[in-house]
Design a protein around this ligand. Structure first.
Ligand code: GDP
Ligand code: MN
Length: 387
């Protein structure tokens, strides 16, 4: 689960990680009031969406006066902000963060992630932070440093020094930086984060460090331990509506760009099905693993979600009946089809436990189905259907 910058900064404050003064607002008047309360200009007007690259996309503006705050706030609120992270469709801006403008000596990059390969928490840092960090990583990877922290030992002073030296920090900044990094590590563990990122981390001319930007991503597998965070910070407006719907039924569903809907049991098989669809020249509209132990009700909900996806022009169901029996799958599909108008062709490839019973249920349902004899055939049939 992602949260907004202003929310992440709230968490940072709680952990004494320095952030600029400011507040979130949802209209132009409140923006001007918050700016005035900061007591000086420039003030920064920042779009709050769950995506980075806002600066380059026109979602971060400096204002030198109350008039300029109103002007920028009016322009950014409600705008469809397109960044390299939102995709071409962009995201509508509904909230702003109004913050004091900082005096920036240098923009650094700092993040903590879970490194699956080493099972460590890894600090990534660079003295070449800011809006071009992707370019830095691509063309001068030696400017990115990594510090591994074994979670059983936790963060130690030498980790902080290693990061600080890698960032070429002036001597006076090492102490404030070390305490910031230590606090970030504590916060990362306490909240079961998968990512905490500060880009830029600002080095001020008086050798302090301040988190100018803040990004937090929570590990969804630990969500049950942080119900309070979910209640306080989850913003459903920022999530894909079909994915929100799927999460209600514990379905492993991800919405994608293509037009072939697909429903599969098992994540590996679902990946293979998406490959098969692409190999046949079409594009998957989603990933959906209904899981090994899915009930007819889960299948029904999964199928309903795919059917309600407007871009879907054909559906491929590939079930290898093991723990999830073919008849249970068939019942779920038929139940969903009974309540919804199935306007697109459905190709079914089914093998395994109770396959005859499953085929009979589908056949007697009166649904218009195409039967495939193997995966390759299924992919080719559905690709032909969607053109
Ligand atoms: P992002 O583009 O979505 O990552 O948004 P950021 O919060 O990182 O802002 C983008 C850029 O705007 C930063 O790298 C800064 O260069 C600039 N910026 C943001 N806040 C301030 C500020 O207080 N003062 C100045 N001078 N620049 C700022
Ligand atoms: Mn940033």
């Amino acid at each position: 689960m992602k949260i907004h910058e202003f929310q992440a900064k709230e968490v940072f404050r709680e952990y004494k990680v320095p952030v600029p003064r400011g507040g979130a607002v949802a209209d132009v008047d409140a923006a001007a009031r918050t700016a005035a309360s900061l007591g000086k200009y420039p003030v920064v007007v920042k779009a709050q969406i769950h995506a980075g690259g806002r600066g380059k996309g026109g979602g971060v503006k400096l204002a030198q006066s109350s008039e300029e705050v109103k002007e920028h706030a009016g322009a950014i609120l409600g705008m469809n902000l397109v960044t390299h992270q939102t995709g071409p469709e962009g995201k509508t801006v509904k909230k702003l963060l109004i913050e004091e403008g900082l005096d920036i000596a240098k923009e650094l990059y700092l993040s903590l992630i879970v490194d699956r390969e080493t099972a460590n928490i890894m600090v990534i840092a660079s003295e070449a932070g800011g809006v071009e960090i992707e370019e830095v990583a691509a063309s001068t990877p030696e400017k990115i440093i990594k510090v591994q922290i074994n979670p059983l030992l936790g963060i130690q002073p030498y980790h902080c020094r290693q990061a600080a030296f890698g960032l070429n920090l002036p001597k006076a900044a090492i102490k404030p930086f070390s305490s910031m990094l230590t606090q970030l590590y504590k916060l990362f563990v306490a909240y079961d984060c998968s990512l905490v990122e500060i880009n830029p981390l600002v080095l001020t001319s008086d050798d302090n460090v301040i988190a100018l930007d803040a990004k937090m991503d929570f590990d969804d597998n630990a969500r049950f331990r942080h119900q309070d965070v979910v209640e306080k910070y989850r913003d459903l407006d920022e999530e894909d509506p079909l994915e929100v719907e799927a999460s209600k039924y514990n379905l492993n569903y991800i919405n994608m760009d293509g037009n072939v809907g697909n429903m599969v049991n098992g994540a590996g098989l679902a990946m293979a099905v998406m490959d098969t669809i692409k190999l046949a020249g079409a594009e998957p509209a989603n990933f959906l693993d209904v899981g090994g132990g899915a009930t007819a009700e889960m299948v029904e909900n999964g199928f309903r979600i795919i059917l309600s996806d407007e871009k879907v022009k054909g559906i491929l169901i590939n079930i290898f009946g093991g723990i999830l029996r073919c008849d249970v799958l068939a019942e779920g599909v038929v139940a969903a089809a009974r309540n919804m108008d199935v306007k697109v062709p459905v190709v079914v490839r089914m093998e395994g436990t109770n396959v005859e019973e499953g085929r009979r249920i589908l056949k007697e349902s009166g649904m218009k189905l195409f039967t495939a004899f193997d995966m390759k055939d299924a992919g080719e049939q559905v690709a032909r259907i969607v053109g």
